[in-house]
Design a protein around this ligand. Structure first.
Ligand code: XMP
Length: 517
């Protein structure tokens, strides 16, 4: 593997570890996340450029608080401590952490010392930083220079750059610390002497080499879902091995307006990939007939998908013996399922691991080290259509779980028409990147009275569910401008005759989920 030497983000249980790793990569330096329980010898065996100790929920005084093995600081690897990692570092190197019992939380003014040192060199004298801590470092270890303080932290930043050590009490990785990325860059480039070589061009070159080496002249199969990950994974594999790749697209009839065509036409003409399209709409709709229960719908769709894909895979295999299967597994899936060991658990029916034994292929997962934003950048660099690369997340079971009630072709057409209008207006307002996802939901089993012209109507409501989120684990309803919502509402009720009411979902997650189902 030609993956570069990593900066290892040692995860002390903060929700921020993935964010730190992403920020390091935004500074063009490769990074990986490792659990704090990993033995130091194992971390060193990865030949890291540097270590970053993340924040964590504990106090260093808590029973069972994760400790830092002092051997970590004796290996000559540059190390940056953040929040909990900063305090753990201070203690391990002979400084003092005071149990203040006070909490400092949120945007906080930082007082930066006169000469700023190396780490804070780019900062103004009184920047605002994001704090979230109880205890505070009261005395820096010997040989460290204190470069900042805050009302709740007498030592808010310290450094010993010649030894490769630095730390901050605040969170440089969050957007609420406006100069945070500058701090991280100074650590990476000036203290750890990391080279900014992690960029889209190099990622493509590396992966192409890896895939060629692994696959040789064998034949490869990939299932396209219409989503970003499988589209980029396939394009990357195609760049590496060209015609040895065959893609299969199962059109289950549950995609949004225009999406199947985008895969079949725009994607194929952008990449030149050989694509086998299976039109399975009748089969899926037949299996879903009269089913209202969402779990039941998911099961049916998952089952049918495996069956249809299996048939297609057998046909391709009979033509050209297939040895490898491409999957669009991303780095967050890998981290969440155990930090890079073992195979990721892939959500929903895209997990084609359910194939029978005589169709077991070896997996190729070219996006396994990448975050979503890197995958999008890669897709753009590979020349994929913007509509595919920038597509919002979309559930595997598709519009079936956005119809509350049983699914049939008429209902799907109604929802597709309403959804298309919502998407068009969001795009026209230039707001695509301001929302994470914008489900439109058809309450197919509900009717209410309306009036149109002189006539009474008895139509269905649709729900608009635009949300803002970073990772879909939590979300808030998007405050879209009223005039955009008004345009969507007017157009839907004018243009989609079955719908006479448009409502806006103003629930965060939790307690609501993003999808209605
Ligand atoms: P919820 O509704 O649980 O959704 O807040 C969280 C995220 O997951 C997506 N989602 C799915 N994705 N298969 C998928 O691939 C599914 O069955 C599925 N269900 C929900 C949802 O769109 C949101 O992004």
């Amino acid at each position: 593997m030609t993956t570069p030497r990593p900066v290892l983000v040692v995860d002390f249980g903060a929700q921020y570890a993935q964010l730190i790793a992403r920020r390091v990569r935004e500074a063009d330096v490769y990074s990986e996340i490792v659990p704090h329980t990993m033995p130091v010898s194992e971390m060193l065996a990865r030949d890291p450029v540097a270590l970053i100790l993340s924040g964590g929920p504990s106090s260093v005084y808590d029973d069972g608080a994760p400790q830092v093995d002092p051997a970590l600081f004796e290996a000559g690897v540059p190390t940056f401590g953040i929040c909990y990692g900063f305090q753990a570092m201070a203690r391990a190197l002979g400084g003092e952490v005071a149990r203040t019992g006070l909490r400092e939380f949120g945007g906080t003014p930082l007082r930066v010392s006169g000469d700023r040192g190396v780490l804070l060199r780019d900062l103004p004298a009184a920047p605002s930083v994001w704090m979230s801590h109880g205890d505070a470092v009261s005395t820096a270890p010997d040989g460290f220079t204190v470069t900042a303080s805050s009302p709740g932290a007498p030592v808010a930043a310290f450094e010993a750059p010649e030894r490769g050590f630095a730390g901050v009490q605040f969170h440089p990785e969050v957007a609420h610390t406006p100069n945070g990325q500058d701090v991280l860059r100074r650590f990476l480039y000036d203290i750890a002497k990391a080279e900014p070589t992690w960029n889209t061009g190099n990622i493509i070159d590396d992966q192409v080499a890896v895939i060629r080496e692994r696959v040789g002249d064998a034949q490869v199969l990939c299932a396209l879902s219409g989503g970003v990950d499988s589209a980029v994974a396939a394009a990357l594999v195609h760049r590496a091995i060209g015609d040895q790749l065959t893609c299969v697209f199962v059109d289950h009839g549950l995609l949004r307006a225009g999406e199947a065509e985008q895969v079949e036409k725009d994607y194929v003409s952008a990449t030149g990939i050989r694509l086998k399209v299976v039109d399975a709409e009748d089969r899926f709709l037949g299996a879903l007939k009269d089913v209202s229960d969402p779990e039941q719908k998911r099961k049916i769709i998952g089952r049918e998908f495996i069956r249809v894909f299996e048939e297609a895979a057998r046909e391709v295999d009979a033509e050209r013996h297939i040895e490898f299967l491409v999957q669009g597994t991303l780095y967050p899936d890998v981290v969440e399922s155990g930090g890079g060991t073992g195979t990721a658990n892939i959500k929903s029916h895209h997990n084609v691991g359910g194939l029978p034994d005589d169709l077991k292929f070896q997996l190729v997962e070219p996006l396994r080290t990448l975050f979503k934003d890197e995958v999008r950048a890669l897709g753009a660099a590979l020349g994929l259509p913007e509509e595919i690369v920038m597509r919002h997340p979309f559930p595997g079971p598709g519009l079936a779980i956005r119809i509350i009630g049983a699914v049939d072709r008429e209902r799907l057409d109604v929802l597709r028409a309403a959804d298309k209008i919502a998407r068009e207006e969001l795009t026209a307002a230039g707001l695509d990147r301001d929302v994470w996802q914008f489900p439109v939901v058809l309450l197919a089993d509900v009717r209410s009275v309306g009036v149109q012209g002189d006539g009474r109507t008895y139509g269905h409501p649709v729900v608009l569910r635009p949300v803002s989120s970073d990772d879909a684990m939590t979300a808030d309803w998007s405050r879209l401008p009223y005039d955009v919502i008004a345009r969507i509402s007017t157009r839907i009720t004018n243009e989609v005759s079955e719908v006479n009411r448009v409502v806006l979902d103003v629930t965060s997650k939790p307690p609501g989920t993003i999808e209605w189902e």
